[in-house]
Design a protein around this ligand. Structure first.
Ligand code: ADP
Ligand code: MG
Length: 241
């Protein structure tokens, strides 16, 4: 028996005025998998994530999470089905500390939890992400890398089954990058399926089980990462041809 995807979309199209940002995209994410979503700047990666997570409405196509149709649901309903995401630009609550931000996320993930459970859950994810020394800092005091890590930790605290990471590893130094890669692998190990948008080839090859390559909103290649990145159309797209 073939497993069915935990998240799937068919023929998804999203336009902004006259611009087709996402153009007839099919994508499947399987349980326990890290799928890379790559493509040049402006190829529609963030827009596709916004559509799949319910933050933007689509023009046409279907999206399912575990077989449930979600393309007409608002973001908070999609999130209740276990889908979480980070933003390309982090946006924590400025007046809350790191741990309070994560507690808020945990509470939003499950408002029926007792306060002590929320605190435990938040502390667990802060430790998981290696942020325990920063727990009582204000977001403004964090570096960009640490803010991205907080963003990721908040997403984890909602206890997702599917996680979208939009360029969380971009702009890191070598050591931060190595830590970031290790963290994403740990996230996969706890059973969360991941769609990762990333530009750094080393990260893509190290992390991803499978790639989907976009150019001008269309899928131009999919499959094993190394083969995809050696594909003529993909190379031409990256060179702007
Ligand atoms: P990527 O994440 O791959 O860099 P985006 O999804 O951000 O690409 O953008 C895809 C295309 O859609 C780009 O041409 C971008 O300018 C356009 N776009 C994205 N968001 C909007 C928006 N809110 N309004 C109008 N155009 C947008
Ligand atoms: Mg983007």
């Amino acid at each position: 028996m073939t497993a069915s995807p935990i998240l799937s979309c068919r023929d998804v199209t999203k336009t902004f005025g006259g611009l087709t940002a996402v153009d007839g995209v099919d994508l499947d994410l399987y349980e326990g998998e890290i799928r890379g979503l790559v493509g040049p700047n402006g190829s529609g990666k963030s827009t596709l994530i916004n559509v799949l997570t319910g933050f933007l409405s689509l023009d046409s196509g279907s999206v399912t999470v575990d077989g449930t149709r979600v393309e007409r649901l608002p973001a908070h309903r999609v999130s209740e089905l276990g889908v979480a995401r980070t933003y390309q630009i982090p946006r924590p609550f400025a007046t809350l500390s790191v741990i309070e931000n994560v507690q808020a996320a945990s509470y939003f993930g499950n408002a029926k939890q007792r306060p002590t459970d929320v605190r435990e859950e938040a502390a667990r994810w802060v430790a998981f992400a290696g942020m325990q020394d920063l727990a009582h800092e204000a977001p403004d005091a964090l570096t960009l890398h640490q803010r991205k890590l907080l963003e990721l930790t908040r997403a984890l605290a909602t206890r997702p089954r599917v996680l979208f990471l939009d360029e969380v590893l971009t702009g890191l130094n070598q050591q931060e990058l190595a830590e970031g890669i290790a963290l994403v692998k740990r996230i996969k190990e706890v059973g969360i399926s991941i769609i990762v948008v990333e530009h750094i080839m080393r990260v893509i090859l190290d992390l991803c089980d499978h790639l989907t390559v976009l150019n001008f909103g269309k899928v131009i290649a999919r499959g094993a990462p190394r083969e995809c990145l050696e594909d003529e159309d993909v190379i031409a797209a990256y060179l702007g041809k």
